[in-house]
Design a protein around this ligand. Structure first.
Ligand code: GLU
Length: 397
């Protein structure tokens, strides 16, 4: 038999989903393991959103919808972006699909020809790297530092640009670091993008989960010129506890949205009609429950950070947003824990799961091999237990 596609075979499975599968398997075997791996709110979808989904079924909204989304959901997204950040998109400049990943995939497909380079600041969300490869692009990883708040500097960006550079992947607030770019910093980044004719994919999936009253700046608000070359990516999953409904969106120029829509019309086609109806309510209905969830995440962030800071051998990186916290393993690298040498985060996560019965995400696949990621989208009770287990695990090693 002929070989499978080289490109497809070069794609690695998602670490976040793999760890979650392993965690669920252990749980189903009756093992008392606690999970901090996959990032999804532990809250149920708000009632008014669920009701909109139920109504959609009862009203027989169960047929195909237009590929880029129903007129109602496209308008709801456009209005939400206006209400939240003062962004002026028409419904024709919005495209909806089955989650952030298909949107990112099609956005990349729209911009990238084989061999084009995409600048990817590390630490990055594991799927960006593979998605860039999946469209034949070349990820150009630029490593940022903890001292710099994991922010890509304009100088680093400039130095990474070649004649083949087509786009920058920008993720603020960032998964996995939880960091936000300041307005000033974004303006400097935007200038480099304009000077070098780069597109920007601005993934702002976590923009509503910001702590300490910190200002969040949506990238396309910076100027008309920047907006024209930006594909803004967002979704319902994290903001409205709707991960399983699978609703992501992009906002971009009409031309970009048209190309994305053409591409989708032959691949994923339109999105689930029921999920779109629920998302329409999410984006246009009461936003009150977001604040309830955001506050809960902030309380958990504070507790997790305090507890982890007091544990010898590791240190946390205080996130400004999201529900992720990185834990720095520098002091453990090269040491032997429970008979295993810890070369990187993969080794740590494996031994911690086996001996400590806690699942965390190793950031090796996130371009940060000396860090693991804790998702605090889990109950306070589990966070307390997780910290107790970490303390014991390191003490007895
Ligand atoms: N984005 C979430 C995470 O990073 C969900 C899992 C995934 O899609 O990777 O955990």
């Amino acid at each position: 038999m002929k070989a499978l596609s080289n490109l497809a075979q070069s794609v690695r499975a998602s670490t976040t989903l793999a760890i979650d599968t392993q965690f669920n398997k252990m749980r189903s075997e009756g093992i008392d393991v606690i999970g901090f791996s996959v990032g999804q709110p532990d809250f149920p979808t708000p009632e008014h959103i669920k009701q909109a989904g139920i109504r959609a079924i009862q009203e027989n909204l169960t047929k195909y919808t237009p590929t880029p989304g129903t007129p109602a959901v496209r308008k709801a997204v456009a209005d939400r972006l206006d209400a939240d950040w003062g962004l002026d998109y028409t419904p024709e400049e919005i495209v909806v699909s089955g989650g952030g990943k298909p949107i990112l995939y099609v956005a990349l497909k729209t911009l990238i020809d084989p061999g084009d380079e995409v600048i990817l600041p590390a630490p990055y969300w594991v799927s960006y790297y593979e998605l860039i490869k999946m469209v034949g692009g070349v990820p150009v990883v630029v490593t940022t530092t903890e001292e710099n708040g994991f922010n890509l500097t304009p100088e680093q960006l400039q130095a990474a640009i070649t004649p083949k550079t087509k786009a920058l992947m920008l993720n603020s607030p960032s998964n996995p670091t939880g960091m936000i770019y300041s307005r000033e910093h974004l303006e400097d980044i935007a200038k480099v993008c304009l000077d070098n004719d780069l597109y920007v994919i601005a993934d702002e999936m976590y923009s509503k989960l910001v702590f300490d009253n910190k200002e969040f700046v949506s990238f396309p608000t910076l100027s008309k010129e920047i907006k024209a070359r930006t594909i803004l990516v967002g979704g319902a999953s994290k903001t409205y506890a709707m991960t399983g409904w699978r609703i992501g969106f992009a906002a971009a120029s009409k031309e970009i949205v048209q190309v994305m829509s053409n591409y989708l019309s032959h691949s994923l086609s339109g999105t689930c009609s029921i999920a779109q109806a629920a998302a329409t309510e999410a984006f246009s209905g009461s936003q009150d429950e977001i604040e309830v969830m955001r506050q809960a995440f902030e309380t958990r962030r504070n507790y997790l950070y305090e507890r982890m800071s007091a544990i010898p051998g590791v240190h946390p990186v205080r996130p400004e947003a999201t529900f992720y916290m990185l834990m720095n393993l520098d002091q453990l690298i090269g040491k032997t824990l429970y008979g295993d040498v810890i070369h990187d985060a993969d080794d740590f996560a494996r031994v911690f799961l086996r001996e400590g019965l806690v699942a965390v995400v190793p950031c090796t696949g996130f371009g940060a091999p000396n860090y693991v990621r804790w998702s605090f989208a889990v109950s306070m009770e589990n966070i307390k237990e997780g910290m107790d287990r970490l303390e014991k695990f390191l003490k007895n090693a």
